[in-house]
Design a protein. Structure first.
Length: 418
């Protein structure tokens, strides 16, 4: 009774670790020939960090991640709109981490193969479809192989082949006109370290956060940054590819004047070794993820704009909830239905909030609209209580409000783990 997982990204690997932890046989089929540390920075919210700690990865995270201590929003003139503590500084019982996505993926892979043996992941194996059978579900691979399993879980990302089988008319991800340029640069850390900053507005923006601790002597850290610009929707479509390299000169001039003492955008952008270009895309929320003994998770289920820093975190939560519902219902379609009933409404709300300006970053455009980013006292533009309420609302929608999370019992009871 082996559970077959398509995709060995953050979602698939965390599911593998969870199934191993609760003693359920599984195998991951990953299309890449090997797991390589691709991508740039991502954030792990305290709700997801709690789950990784419950998987025994506390020391590993401490080694590869930086504790995020503060999130701040600034106008295009570098003026402070809103700053809030994050992670344990905000009162969570678990930290928030900024990590390199590739290092996280490699760490999860290495720990999983150490614990469950190298045979638990088959690389160079592209899933192309699934079939529900009388007592289980089969995974169909590109090489013509049919693998028999007890159930199939699609963790194959935004271009999920299994989702495409469920929804053959869905087409490509939906572009909202924004292009992201993503990179890391060694640069002087700012605000005492661990600070994630969002500067600008919907049409031009810079997001930055360190993914390494600063060197004690020089103060230089690896700063992850994302520069964003809004284009016309009828501009040429650029196919999304996480590894497409961009030309710095095509956007550097836009940020020429963004030098605020604590951060110097032109210097940050010019100092990058390689910049990757990615269109901001998502997909419409789906009415159903589970078909018999097959379901979707992670970006295959709910790809959304990364404005609230919770794509990877949600993939981790999905994995843990699947594990919990399997414990409750056994390897049955009811377990997958119960997982979907719990998670789909949350990710639908988050995806729509991110689209409709309900994300935490929405204050940037609001300030731009109200005063063009010029102000002496932000409370004369937007009352402090409004800013605080907006920040709290998103955390609640996304499932990481401080009091609720701290009070929640673990998703997987320690008594169920081996
Ligand atoms: C190469 C890469 C770089 C990324 N870089 C960033 C980044 O810099 N910043 C950011 O915010 N997010 C990035 N992401 C996305 C981010 O990892 C996800 O949004 C989030 O972590 C959810 O993870 P996931 O496992 O659902 O999806 P993903 O992380 O996309 O993982 C999906 C996995 O499935 C594999 N796969 C795809 N199709 C098939 C198939 N048909 N059969 C078998 N396996 C398949 C992929 O190779 C991948 O390993 C990146 C994703 C990838 C794949």
């Amino acid at each position: 009774m082996t559970i077959l997982i398509a995709g060995g990204g953050i979602a698939g690997l965390t599911l593998g670790l969870t199934l191993h932890q609760i003693g359920v046989p599984f195998r991951i089929y990953e299309s890449a020939a090997e797991i390589r540390p691709l991508g740039v920075g991502i954030n792990l919210q305290p709700n997801a960090v709690r789950e990784l700690f419950d998987l025994g990865l506390e020391d590993h995270l401490e080694r590869i991640g930086v504790r995020t201590k503060m999130l701040g929003f600034y106008s295009k003139f570098g003026k402070t709109i809103w700053e809030e503590p994050r992670g344990m500084d905000a009162g969570y019982a678990w930290p928030q981490y900024s990590v390199h996505r590739g290092e996280l993926q490699v760490m999860l892979h290495d720990v999983l193969t150490e614990r469950a043996g190298p045979g638990c992941i088959v690389t160079g194996a592209r899933a192309v479809g699934f079939e529900n059978t009388e007592n289980g579900a089969d995974l169909l691979l590109e090489n013509g192989e049919r693998v028999e399993g007890s159930m199939v879980i699609a963790a194959d990302g935004i271009h999920s082949a299994l989702r495409a089988q469920m929804y053959p008319d869905e087409g490509e991800p939906i572009w909202n006109g924004r292009i992201l340029w993503r990179a890391t640069t060694p640069a002087k850390d700012y605000f005492g370290g661990g600070a994630m900053v969002m500067i600008g507005h919907d049409h031009l923006r810079l997001v930055a956060y360190p993914i390494s601790d600063p060197d004690p002597e020089s103060g230089v850290a690896t700063i992850n940054w994302i520069a964003e610009k809004q284009f016309n929707l009828d501009d040429a479509w650029r196919k999304e590819d996480w590894n497409l390299q961009a030309d710095i000169d095509s956007f550097l001039p836009l940020f020429r004047d963004w030098k605020f003492g604590w951060i110097d955008a032109p210097e940050l952008i010019s100092g990058a070794e390689a910049v990757y270009e990615y269109p901001l895309v998502d997909r419409d929320p789906l009415p159903q993820w589970t078909f018999g003994r097959v379901t979707l998770m992670g970006d295959a289920a709910h790809p959304t704009y990364p404005v609230g820093s919770n794509g990877a975190s949600q993939a981790i939560i999905d994995a843990r909830v699947i594990g919990a519902r399997l414990l409750e219902h056994g390897q049955t379609p009811a377990a997958l239905q119960a997982y979907e009933s719990q998670i789909r409404p949350i990710t639908t709300a988050v995806g729509l909030a991110n689209r409709k300006g309900g994300g935490p970053d929405a204050v940037l455009q609001r300030v731009e609209d109200l005063c063009g980013g010029h102000f002496d006292d932000i409370s004369e533009v937007i009352p402090h209580e409004d800013l605080a309420a907006h920040a709290a609302k998103y955390k609640s929608i996304a499932g990481f409000s401080i009091e609720e999370l701290n009070a929640k019992p673990p998703i997987i009871p320690p008594s169920a783990t081996r």
